[in-house]
Design a protein around this ligand. Structure first.
Ligand code: ADP
Ligand code: MG
Length: 592
């Protein structure tokens, strides 16, 4: 055993403390600064000779030169094991409810709680036989955790191959009790339990291969799934000005997205919003299973009032938990809100380190940090042949909604889909406020690409006519242009916009989207016997209202059929005649 290294504080600059140490310390090593009887958790972020710069994850008032520092020899790490689901953690994986119980409403410094309940017994079922050859990331047994089968793994940090010497019998054990003994290649025995730690800044790579993310992750938001889709294992970002609906959109996604587990990283947003999440989520039921939504959710929160340094940790802790559940063959969605605040924390720390600043005073390594974070998303083949995925969706809140700033630009370079929220749309209460004119995606969606293109063209064309109309007025617009404008407006109102507070409308699955888009391609791709602009306006106005009513009916129900018949009869009334382009699109769709 090596003796723990110690050091003394030599200078203090906000959250950044310089420590002179003896012996050897390494980057990302955890240490504790002892002040007034409390030990404040810190991390080494730079080493120069015998001086380590450590960032303290707590309020640092009261630290003075000469205070003692103890290095632990461990990296900043997360505890992995059964019991993570349903938890509410801070960025350092302290369960907040447990902290509140210990310390009351106002946290004292230096209080840390165990991430996982070490008393709770879990029903363990062994799945590996003694004598089996095992590697890191392979399962040796399972425990039920809510609706999931939680796999118990050979800890990810074990290199090389191991032979299973013995394994516990089926029964109830807590996460600290030894459940198996492994023998390494040199014949040494190693006892393992159901939980282990993993350094959060390193990606978990216990998989056979990375696969291309090609399967759509349905979010049930029409605008996303049909036009700017996200793939399981892919990445996307939602930049938007303050108040444009980023948080509401993420919440809707976390409820309805077609994934097994959702991890919400509330990173540096105002406390009020986080409180909303915390009070809202436990009340909600999962629309898929009818159980509490919290059973498949983990919330990691670091509000703007918590120390900046722990924001960075919260981003990494959450992605580590996501990778852990992916290892079980599950599809995990990580929603980070907002990555701008994380970048601001990086900027603050970099300034204190007196590093040479890059654009807008962000550190020069901002891009590579952002890229490294999104790279931890992925669709992988696991050691047992099954697949799992981590999808990352990050919101970005650029000041003034200016997408040219460094964080948005760096994010755009690495993500596979971009959902740009616009102030114009949110001011007009067109939700979700994703702007179809600027958004893009590299992933395949749930509807036929030809039909998606057809609809996008109508939107682009309608927008051009709309801008022109602002100048020349309705009188100066030709009837055919005016009709295109009305069609685009209708498409926007009935398909792009969606009421996230209506249970039926908010949860629009792929089958329904495909069905509805066919109807839309037919309606928008038809010519009508409309003599003038007034007739056109009134016709499309009625069509739009019937369509919206249709959106609120449950798919394939009687009400659905009835509302559809209303649309069809209005179509007949307008003497709709389908264009050859729309007709061939619909035929192509039928052959699929
Ligand atoms: P941001 O996170 O971008 O700052 P929020 O997500 O908090 O913005 O949204 C701000 C407000 O906009 C919400 O409180 C809500 O009133 C409104 N809003 C956002 N999205 C929707 C939506 N889909 N439907 C209705 N109102 C919405
Ligand atoms: Mg927000």
């Amino acid at each position: 055993m090596t003796e723990k290294n110690r050091g003394k504080v030599v200078s203090i600059n906000g959250n950044l403390v310089a420590v002179e140490f003896d012996g050897y310390v390494s980057m990302n090593e955890i240490c504790f600064v002892k002040v007034d009887g409390a030990a404040l958790k810190s991390e080494v972020i730079r080493i120069r000779g015998k001086v380590a710069q450590v960032q303290v994850y707590e309020m640092t008032g009261g630290i003075k030169c000469g205070d003692e520092v103890e290095f632990t020899g461990e990296m900043l790490s997360a505890e992995l094991g059964p019991g993570l689901l349903g938890q509410i953690y801070d960025g350092l994986q302290n369960p907040l409810p447990a902290l509140a119980e210990q310390a009351g409403w106002f946290l004292e410094r230096g209080i840390y709680a165990e991430a996982l309940d070490s008393e709770k017994k879990w029903e363990f079922t062994p799945t590996a036989q003694p004598g089996a050859t095992l590697h890191a990331g392979e399962a040796i047994g399972t425990v039920p955790e809510g609706a999931f089968t939680h796999k118990i793994f050979v800890p990810f940090h074990l290199l090389g191959s191991y032979t299973l010497k013995s394994i516990a019998e089926k029964g109830a054990y807590n996460i600290k009790e030894p459940i198996a003994v492994l023998t390494d290649e040199r014949g040494r025995d190693l006892s393992i339990s159901m939980s282990f730690r993993w350094p959060v800044k390193r990606a978990i790579k216990c998989y056979r291969e990375r696969l291309a993310p090609v399967e759509t992750m349905e979010t049930k938001v029409r605008l996303i799934d049909s036009f700017f889709p996200v793939a399981k294992g892919g990445t996307y970002c939602t930049p938007g000005p303050f108040g444009a609906g980023k948080t509401v959109l993420q919440h809707t996604t976390s409820k309805y997205a077609d994934v097994d587990i959702v991890i919400i990283a509330a990173c540096g947003e105002r406390a009020g919003e986080v409180v909303e999440t915390l009070t809202e989520f436990p009340e909600l039921t999962d629309p898929k299973t009818g159980r509490s939504l919290m059973e498949r959710t983990i919330i990691i929160c670091n509000t703007s009032s918590m120390p900046v340094a722990s924001r960075e940790a919260s981003v990494y802790t959450s992605v580590t938990l996501a990778e852990y559940y992916r290892q079980m063959g599950l599809n995990v969605l990580l929603l980070a809100d907002s990555t701008s605040r994380w970048a601001q924390a990086l900027r603050e720390m970099s300034g204190r380190l007196e590093e040479i600043p890059g654009e807008e005073a962000f550190p020069a390594y901002l891009e590579s940090y952002i890229a490294a974070f999104y790279e931890r998303a992925g669709y992988v083949r696991l050691p047992d042949g099954s697949t799992g995925s981590v999808t990352i969706g990050g919101s970005v809140s650029p000041a003034g909604g200016n997408f040219e700033e460094p964080v948005t630009q760096a994010t755009l370079k690495v993500v596979g889909a971009f959902h740009g929220l616009s102030r114009e749309r949110s001011d007009a209460r067109k939700y979700p406020a994703i702007d179809p004119l600027i958004s893009w995606s590299k992933y395949p969606g749930v509807i036929d690409t030809g039909k998606a293109e057809f609809c996008k063209q109508i939107i682009f064309h309608g927008n051009e006519i709309g801008s022109m109309m602002k100048v020349v007025g309705e009188e100066g617009t030709s009837l055919s242009d005016y009709i295109t404008y009305l069609k685009a407006d209708m498409l926007d109102a009935v398909y792009l916009q969606q009421n996230s507070f209506d249970l039926t409308d908010a949860n629009c699955g792929a089958t329904r989207q495909r069905y509805v888009i066919d109807k839309l391609v037919c309606i928008l791709g038809s010519e009508y016997a409309l003599p003038d602009q007034d007739a056109a306006r009134s016709f499309f106005h009625r069509m739009r209202q019937r369509f919206i009513d249709w959106n609120y009916t449950e798919f394939a129900s009687d009400a659905f059929r009835k509302a559809e018949a209303e649309i069809d009869s209005l179509y007949q009334e307008g003497q709709g005649a389908i264009s050859s382009e729309a007709e061939s699109l619909l035929k192509g769709g039928a052959q699929e």
